[in-house]
Design a protein around this ligand. Structure first.
Ligand code: ATP
Length: 134
């Protein structure tokens, strides 16, 4: 069976580099399922879990947006931050979620509000990936 090479890269370096059977990622216009031979495309990603299927098993990587570039045999994801479940510090994510929730309840201005909303999304995404709650 054909496979796809996947690279997930952040400014701090590569986070994931492997062969998989299928990738499911969350783009700004909905979920995209990528199999080998997919037509080339580029799409912006939202904060979410990237699902990587290999030999009937699934692995998840938490990403904080970015872009996915699809080529028939290779998929590259460029994102500001990405963590596999085992690298997630769940206590840190819970603290971050708490801070963001407090900011959202306070009298933050519009800029702070959208920053807090994004921070909350990142924290919840990390908690979900850590807990396998996808
Ligand atoms: P925090 O409020 O905890 O700093 P954040 O969402 O603001 O979270 P980011 O700016 O998205 O953090 O990430 C900064 C760096 O820290 C990235 O390298 C990211 O992979 C890492 N990181 C952030 N939160 C966690 C976490 N809970 N577990 C592991 N790595 C994390």
């Amino acid at each position: 069976m054909k496979t796809l090479t996947v690279n997930i890269v952040t400014p701090d370096g590569p986070v994931y580099d492997s062969e998989v059977d299928m990738i499911i990622a969350k783009t700004a216009s909905g979920e995209i399922g990528i199999l080998p031979g997919h037509i080339p495309t580029v799409a912006p990603l939202v904060v979410g879990a990237v699902k990587l299927k290999k030999d009937g098993k699934s692995e998840y990587v938490a990403v904080s947006g970015g872009f996915v570039e699809v080529r028939p045999e290779k998929v590259s994801i460029l994102t500001q931050s990405a963590e596999v479940a085992s690298d997630i510090d769940v206590a840190r994510a819970k603290e971050s979620m708490k801070r963001a929730e407090e900011r959202l309840q306070g009298k933050a201005d519009a800029t702070d509000f959208s920053r807090a909303e994004l921070s909350l999304k990142r924290a919840m995404n990390r908690i979900n990936v850590y807990e396998g709650n996808i």
